[in-house]
Design a protein around this ligand. Structure first.
Ligand SMILES: C[S@@+](CC[C@H](N)C(=O)[O-])C[C@H]1O[C@@H](n2cnc3c(N)ncnc32)[C@H](O)[C@@H]1O
Length: 286
């Protein structure tokens, strides 16, 4: 234990686990003990409480919604990067290219394209979608094209909405990708307005049922989010994502994930890429 750190008993760790599972569906493994001590320990000190038990009592008895949110924000894992799992963007480009060919011009209106980045963290995923598609298809600027980007962690959503990143985040990207960003002061880059204006960033807990939006979405990215959930929670989430996609829409998931029991309405079409069936069982049942 570091000097000034609070001890976390098994009972306290269990109380943390129960709460974060109930609130966010997140299953904390034993390996997350150190993370809990360091991240929640900071909050315990700020609140001038003397133990994790006192903190959990405080949350239960007198905590404000902001306190409850701080607890969640402290326990999320937000690792992400631009063009992470690049093959998904190549696939998306082919799919949107086909939609552009197929989707008829609506009389007096613009063709629609809707994509959801569910668990968007600090925004690199939805910005990659926007930058990649705008670069491939400049005509999308004339479409009714919108990206919804949501996350349970309100701190990352705020960071994402700003659209400003350290230049170092672009290291390893090809020149033509780096050139899509604008300079934003020393050592910083900004996502250009044409991409930023496509995206609505919103806080959203994927465990909420129902979700506030109806969809349907042409594609959903829900990558490296469900790994923090147990199997039944994953299955329910993936089934709900299937129901909010258009028939024959695509779901992109993380490299170590699979749909498990939530895959009834999908078929696997590529590495961690799933397509909803033309006739969806959930919708037929409704
Ligand atoms: C590792 S990041 C993945 C970011 C991005 N999708 C990617 O693959 O690079 C996982 C994100 O899931 C979010 N998350 C965890 N539980 C969630 C929930 N119940 N509802 C919404 N977002 C959640 C976390 O806050 C975190 O930002």
């Amino acid at each position: 234990m570091e000097p000034g750190e609070f001890a976390l008993s098994d009972r306290e760790f269990n109380r943390v686990k129960v709460r974060v599972y109930k609130e966010a569906g997140i299953s904390l493994s034993e390996a997350k003990r150190t993370l809990v001590v360091s991240r929640l320990g900071k909050i315990v000190r700020t609140l001038r409480l003397s133990s994790f038990d006192d903190y959990l009592d405080y949350l239960e008895r007198q905590g404000t919604p902001a306190d409850a949110q701080d607890f969640i924000n402290a326990l999320t894992t937000n690792l992400t990067r631009f063009w992470r799992e690049d093959h998904h963007f190549t696939h998306l480009e082919t799919y949107v290219g086909q939609l552009i060919q197929r989707r008829p011009r609506i009389e007096g209106g613009r063709p629609k394209l809707r994509i959801w980045s569910a668990g968007c963290s600090t925004g690199q995923e939805p910005y990659t979608i926007a930058l990649h598609l705008l670069a491939a298809f400049p005509e999308l600027r004339r479409w009714d094209f919108r990206i919804l980007a949501t996350d349970i962690d309100t701190n990352v959503v705020a960071k994402a909405a700003a659209g400003v990143y350290p230049q170092s985040e672009l290291s390893g990207l090809a020149r033509e990708r780096v050139d899509l960003f604008e300079p934003a002061g020393p050592g910083q880059v900004r996502v250009p307005m044409a991409a930023r204006e496509l995206i609505a960033f919103k806080p959203l807990n994927l465990m909420n049922n129902p979700w506030p939006m109806r969809g349907p979405f042409d594609a959903v990215f829900c990558r490296n989010v469900a790994i923090y959930f147990d199997k039944p929670t994953q299955a329910e989430l993936f089934a709900r994502l299937g129901a909010i996609l258009v028939p024959e829409g695509f779901l992109y998931i993380g490299h170590s994930e699979n749909l498990g029991a939530g895959g009834a309405n999908f078929r696997l079409v590529g590495k961690t890429i799933y397509q909803t069936r033309a006739q969806q069982k959930a919708r037929d049942a409704a």
